[in-house]
Design a binder for this molecule. Structure first.
Ligand code: AMP
Length: 592
């Protein structure tokens, strides 16, 4: 087996990583480290999070930084503040015995003045989010015209987050002679284009099969009625008493609702999403990192950059629309050689998504039955018994109370005593799961119902539009600005506040656009669009007041002229909210 001594790394670096407990290089390190040490060729690395890619590029880059030269020699672009902080912390750890090398992290959401002060001291390696890096370049604080290395980390995430233009602008200012490294968990066309446009004949390496999930992750799904999602989630938590995982939801609102209900039902859960302040997010993350929190309910955007090993479960409360997002979510477990499970709670109309995801995952996602009450009670009981077996007793402090306890309980038999001790915590489970219904639905019945043209869930009909009120918006860009329906949907779905929102009619005209969104999200839509830029053009958005005109005098769609009422991608999330808010609230338990 290879060790780090097999590479041409200096003893300073080897000592530092030994202290971090790294014994043998991971597969991506085996491939990347010698490549970077021995060649100037660009590199595209297809690798999931958790594969050890930070050290894969970090160690050979540190080896080649010249500390006497004060210029910035390496810039690492990364999608989120959390990832930037993580990477710079890792780099500083690897450089523990190279004290003259300076690493600075720059990211949005934090004071730019402090970062400017840091940069003015000179920094060999910059780790930054694209927006903040561009800002600092434009202020001429940051200079990257002499860099030797450019790293694009989690490049697909940076594109998903809308950083394409910022990245283009940054890349323009880098020197021609440099080594560019691009790491991505998935390889969509847009990433290939970056490799083509900005890289010079890159070597391509991948760990595992392309676009596949980590090998240590087992994938399965539960098929339930949409209205039973939350009940299924509770059963998943109950059948896994030692769960330490993330539940992914689509919208901030749904995230908060699911977390609130879990907390109310006695679970050790909390939420992470964009409506929380940075301080609140930091607080939740520190509870989660230190394992004082078992279940983190999060949106995809907020969970980016979470670097927590040992997660036992990833739970997809809803399946994401993009298959790549599933890969990202499930890649958060099964890390650093540990086994993990990625579970999806799926309702009838999401089955096709499971098939789609399997295609890129190149692994089966098998169905499992949602556990029934008896199975859960048995599991909980045995878990409690083994906790009792393992618990450490503080004998010298308990002993003085023992005579009194013996006396008080002397009338009980050993069997009665056991029953009573167990019941203290267990009665709630027995009561909650007594006569608990079977939540599973059969795939056969799904197919039959679908053939007959009815939804399996009475309250979850894709074509059912009743009950939604839409607000109509006027947006100051249109077809001539390159906007299409798909792009507009992308902007909406990529915004954490709006992902999964109910969308009504979209009309893209030459110079402007009308579209409808669930009226409850009016303010969020305005925040998401106003003063943002689309392909360089500043956006203005307004609520269109007054009744929409009728068909005859409505502006015609620029392409077909047809009415486009009913354009909607995601009815499930809105509906399931009403469904689970009616659901049972009993059961659960307090966890320490
Ligand atoms: P990364 O993919 O860079 O986020 O790394 C994932 C986790 O694996 C981090 O906690 C690293 O500290 C750890 N790690 C990276 N390389 C090694 C290694 N060779 N041996 C043990 N742990 C490692």
């Amino acid at each position: 087996m290879l060790t780090f001594e097999n590479f041409d790394l200096s003893t300073n670096i080897i000592s530092a990583i030994k202290e971090l407990g790294y014994e043998n290089p991971t597969p991506i390190q085996e491939k990347t480290i010698p490549h970077l040490l021995n060649t100037n060729q660009d590199l595209v690395g297809l690798a999931q999070t958790g594969t050890g890619k930070t050290a894969a590029f970090g160690l050979p880059i540190l080896e080649q930084i010249d500390p006497r030269n004060k210029f910035t020699q390496c810039i690492i672009l990364s999608p989120t503040r959390e990832l930037c902080m993580q990477i710079s912390k890792d780099m500083m750890g690897y450089a523990k015995y190279l004290p003259e090398i300076r690493v600075t992290a720059v990211y949005g959401g934090a004071s730019i003045d402090n970062q400017i002060r840091d940069l003015k001291k000179g920094s060999h390696i910059i780790v930054g989010t694209p927006g903040r890096v561009l800002d600092l370049l434009q202020r001429r604080i940051l200079k990257i015209n002499q860099i030797k290395f450019l790293v694009l980390d989690e490049a697909d995430e940076m594109l998903n987050m809308g950083f394409k233009e910022d990245m283009d602008a940054i890349l323009e200012t880098t020197p021609k002679e440099k080594q560019t490294l691009l790491f991505s968990a998935t390889m969509p066309k847009e990433i290939r284009n970056i490799a083509l446009n900005y890289m010079n004949n890159p070597e391509e390496i991948s760990v595992g099969t392309k676009n596949s999930g980590a090998d240590d992750v087992e994938h399965f799904y539960y098929l339930v009625n949409a209205k039973n999602r939350y009940l299924a989630l509770k059963r998943i938590a109950d059948i896994n008493p030692d769960i330490f995982g993330i539940v992914f939801c689509r919208t901030r609102r749904e995230t908060q609702e699911v977390a609130d209900k879990l907390i109310q039902d006695g679970y050790n859960a909390d939420s992470l999403h964009g409506d929380l302040s940075q301080a609140q997010r930091d607080h939740v993350m520190s509870k989660f990192r230190s394992k004082h929190l078992q279940i983190l309910v999060a949106t995809d955007v907020a969970a980016r950059g979470i670097d927590v090993n040992d997660l036992t479960h990833i739970i997809n409360y809803n399946l994401p629309d993009e298959r790549e997002i599933y890969i990202h979510r499930s890649g958060r477990t099964g890390r650093a050689g540990k086994k993990g499970v990625s579970v999806s709670i799926v309702h009838s109309r999401e089955l096709h998504k499971i098939r789609e995801i399997q295609k890129i995952l190149k692994k089966p996602i098998n169905r499992k039955d949602v556990p029934g009450g008896e199975e859960i009670c048995h599991k909980q009981l045995m878990n409690m018994i083994s906790r009792i077996e393992k618990i450490e007793t503080i004998d010298n402090q308990i002993e003085e109370f023992l005579p009194e306890i013996y006396e008080k309980l002397s009338w009980l038999s050993r069997e009665d005593l056991l029953k009573r001790f167990v019941s203290v915590e267990f009665n709630r489970f027995l009561k909650y799961y007594k006569n608990a219904p079977d939540l599973n639905i059969s795939e056969k019945s799904v197919n039959e119902r679908t053939r007959k043209g009815r939804g399996i869930d009475g309250d979850d009909n894709r074509f059912e539009k009743k009950g939604y009120k839409f607000t109509k918006f006027f947006l100051t860009i249109g077809e001539k600005d390159g906007l299409t329906k798909v792009k507009l949907m992308e902007i909406i779905n990529n915004d954490d506040r709006l992902a999964g929102a109910e969308i009504g009619k979209i009309e893209i005209l030459k110079g402007f656009t009308f579209f409808e969104v669930d009226a409850r999200l009016e303010n969020e839509v305005i925040k998401a669009f106003n003063n943002k830029r689309y392909l360089g053009k500043r956006l203005k958005i307004e609520v269109k007041t007054g009744q929409p005109k009728r068909n005859s005098d409505r502006p015609k769609s620029s392409k077909s002229g047809k009415s486009e009422y009913g354009y909607s991608k995601k009815h499930e999330s809105g509906k399931s909210k009403t469904a689970y808010s009616k659901g049972a609230r009993t059961g659960g338990r307090k966890r320490s």
